[in-house]
Design a protein around this ligand. Structure first.
Ligand SMILES: *[C@@H]1O[C@H](CO)[C@@H](O)[C@H](O)[C@H]1NC(C)=O
Ligand SMILES: *[C@@H]1O[C@H](CO)[C@@H](O)[C@H](O)[C@H]1NC(C)=O
Length: 697
């Protein structure tokens, strides 16, 4: 769509991108990947009266129960519409939804009153598909201010997150964040004149996945000018009035605290007049929200000792003495995590998002495959490519495209790729990853044992043969045999078969270092084994190209033990070693998988750093993980996913699956079984025993 907005973004993109990619991604088909936990939760935006311990009946669901809806905000000056982020239709966008009945009617008709699935249109109906987050509307309703990752950063390992403002009537869009800098968590002041953001500034990103250690900058909402540093060390700003900002900071005592700052803006400088910690050490308080409609009150999310859950509380900071606290969500949904509060302009209600599955019924069975839109590109139309998120880790397609194997950590499952028949458990222990033999079509390779383990840990490569007893592929009736291919048990993992069906490449820790070996595909080590790589570093996550010419793998050989991984390729005879992708110093690039034509590789990487403050999301081990493709000559890196989640373990099949969601027929358990950020844990056992889905290394 050639809107002025798109034109602006394209222009910005050309300016910002040092080497505009003009070549194409080779190879169509389908890419499938994992997002840590994401398939297991469905968020909606809710609100409660801003009073101590409100009645459960006062809770209103403000969004329509479709997709994942989060980071809500009331439209400035009006408490009757909610602005939010949603991932519907395969990409993140911003939506504005009227709050249905009058508030009084809605309150009287109890919490079951919630909007029916509304036919909402995205506020920004344009390409490119990219993260859009933390929306605000200016008080006159004319401009939307938000974060987008639409424009690539100049350097690898720099966040693409930047603040934009779009005039809704014309679509005209302006980048408010200077090129070369990332901004998160924008907040527009009550007058609309100023916007505050959390930004790492010139320092960029150092690999941090917990507290990003941002500073707070303010600038004019109109054009981003008069940008100045207002507060050292702080994130998630929220305005109480034109000169008072609340924000959070993780203090040296380890606790997140909420702070109040008085600032003054004179000329081109913002100055801090005073900064005061509002919440004492001893519990975490973060993501504050204030509103001119609720003077003297600030709403925060907390994690308190003795509570396994993130709850919304309100602090009365108006008195001279000690601040008074009151609970908002604990009495209503005690066993749910509540995120990122916001207060209505009239000060009557506090909003937040949480899983809708806990009090409002179970929700739908999780999608097996969620179709994700691919950002616009110049691939020949004949090469159709689709992209899916799967509810599982290490997915791989059978070579006829009809089945997908994946793991649950623990558990190994096979499903039909059209979703029919439900998931069948093939192995109940811990297994990772999966790959299918090219010739013997019912053989899946995996490794059995703990993931993320040391060189000497007992992990073995196995071949699992699925055989239907009645020979008609009726999947209900399957016998399984498991054959161990390695004997040493010293962390033998990541098997990938050669296309001629004769060999399997895998990594092993048998020498004391993780290096690559090739063994007989049928008889395993006993049928013959040779070493492919040799050195005091880690070579791992290998994948054999469909044309047989190359083995791609992840390695830290450029800095052994330093935690940085890049993708390398080598011929199966050991020649031709080269590095394909390196995400800058300290970067992490993992899980390579060849395209069907062997000319490009899909992988996961921290190439675009982190796209939101991690504390504003559920737990992700590696919140920078996004999916990319690159040509094997190292050219034409392309980002396929844009979100603030951990995306990993991609694989690629030549079989093109129509880009539409695939539901699952069997009821799966574990809805809303996600975890709050582990690094907020107060006691070691503070986390409920829930599934950790989709670790990716
Ligand atoms: C989302 O996708 C559905 C089905 O593909 C379509 O009917 C609907 O119009 C789309 N909605 C938006 C907001 O794009
Ligand atoms: C190694 O394999 C590559 C790719 O198959 C081939 O081009 C090369 O000639 C081989 N080198 C040797 C020494 O066999």
């Amino acid at each position: 769509m050639a809107t002025p907005l798109l034109a602006a973004l394209v222009a910005a993109s050309l300016l910002a991108s040092p080497a505009p990619a003009e070549s194409t991604t080779s190879g169509g088909g389908t890419i499938v990947f994992t997002t840590l936990g994401r398939s297991r939760y469905e968020f909606d935006i809710f609100s409660l009266p801003l009073t101590p311990s409100p009645a459960a009946a006062g809770e209103l669901r403000l969004t329509d129960g479709v997709s994942v809806n989060y980071n809500g905000n009331f439209a400035a000056a009006a408490s009757d519409s909610v602005l939010f982020v949603s991932e519907r239709n395969g990409s993140l966008n911003l939506y504005l939804s009227p709050i249905p009945s009058s508030r009084r009617e809605a309150l009287e008709s109890s919490s079951s009153s919630s909007p029916a699935a509304a036919n909402l249109s995205p506020l920004l109906p344009w390409e490119p598909i990219a993260l859009k987050d933390r929306p605000s509307l200016t008080p006159d309703g004319s401009h939307l201010v938000y974060v987008s990752t639409a424009v690539p950063a100049e350097e690898p390992r720099s966040s693409w997150a930047a603040v934009y403002s779009t005039e809704l009537s014309t679509g005209l869009t302006r980048r408010l964040t200077p090129v070369g800098v990332a901004d998160f968590s924008p907040a527009v002041s009550p007058s609309g004149d100023w916007t505050a953001v959390a930004s790492p500034g010139e320092a960029g990103w150092n690999g941090e996945v917990e507290d990003l250690r941002t500073d707070i900058y303010v600038f004019l909402t109109g054009d981003g000018s008069r940008r100045s540093l207002a507060i050292h060390d702080g994130g998630w700003p929220s305005w109480a009035d034109e000169t008072t900002l609340f924000f959070h900071r993780r203090d040296s005592d380890g606790w997140y605290g909420v702070y109040r700052a008085e600032i003054s803006i004179t000329g081109d400088e913002a100055d801090t007049v005073s900064v005061e910690r509002i919440t004492p050490p001893g519990f975490h308080a973060f993501t504050p929200a204030a509103s001119p409609g609720a003077p003297g009150l600030v709403s925060v999310a907390t994690r308190r000792p003795g509570s396994d859950y993130r709850h919304i509380e309100v602090i009365d900071v108006s008195g001279d003495g000690e601040n008074a606290y009151f609970e908002v969500t604990k009495t209503v949904s005690p066993h749910a995590h509540h995120f990122n509060p916001f207060i209505s302009p009239d000060g009557d209600r506090v909003g937040y998002h949480r899983c809708r599955g806990i009090r409002n019924g179970g929700g739908d069975a999780p999608l097996l495959l969620e179709s994700i839109k691919i950002p616009g590109e110049s691939r020949p139309p004949a090469e159709k490519l689709s992209l899916f998120r799967i509810d599982g880790s290490f997915p791989s397609f059978s070579h006829d495209g009809k089945k997908i194997a994946f793991v649950g950590l623990p558990g190994l499952y096979v499903v039909n790729s059209d979703g029919s028949g439900g998931r069948r458990e093939i192995f109940s222990g811990n297994a990772f990853p999966t790959s299918w033999d090219w010739k013997r079509k019912n053989v899946i390779y995996t490794s059995i044992g703990p993931d993320f383990a040391t060189e000497r840990t007992q992990v073995d490569v196995v071949a699992i043969t699925l055989a239907t007893t009645n020979n008609n592929d009726d999947d209900d009736d399957v016998t399984i045999s498991i054959k161990k291919l390695t004997t040493g048990g010293e962390n033998n993992a990541f098997p990938s078969p050669s296309p001629d069906g004769k060999w399997v490449v895998f990594r092993s820790g048998r020498s004391g270092h993780k290096n690559l070996y090739i063994m007989d595909a049928v008889d395993g080590e006993e049928g013959g084994i040779r070493r492919l790589t040799d050195g005091p570093w880690s070579d791992t996550m290998c994948n054999w190209s469909p044309n047989g010419e190359w083995i791609a793998f992840a390695s830290d050989r450029h800095n052994p033990g330093g935690g940085s991984f890049a993708i390398y390729m080598v011929h199966p005879n050991g020649t031709g070693l080269r590095r394909v992708v390196h995400s800058g110093d300290g970067g992490r690039t993992n899980h390579p998988w060849f395209s069907p034509d062997s000319k490009s590789i899909v992988f996961t990487s921290d190439y675009a750093a982190v796209s939101a403050e991690p504390v504003s999301n559920p737990h992700h081990y590696q919140p920078y993980g996004e999916i990319y493709t690159i040509n094997i000559d190292g050219n034409n890196i392309r980002r396929l996913t844009h979100n603030s989640f951990e995306d990993g373990t991609p694989s690629w099949t030549p079989n093109f699956l129509e880009p539409k969601d695939v539901g699952e027929k069997l009821q799966a358990s574990g809805r809303c079984a996600f975890q709050d950020c582990h690094w907020l844990n107060i006691e070691d056992d503070a986390q409920p025993e829930e599934l950790i889905y989709g670790k990716s290394c």
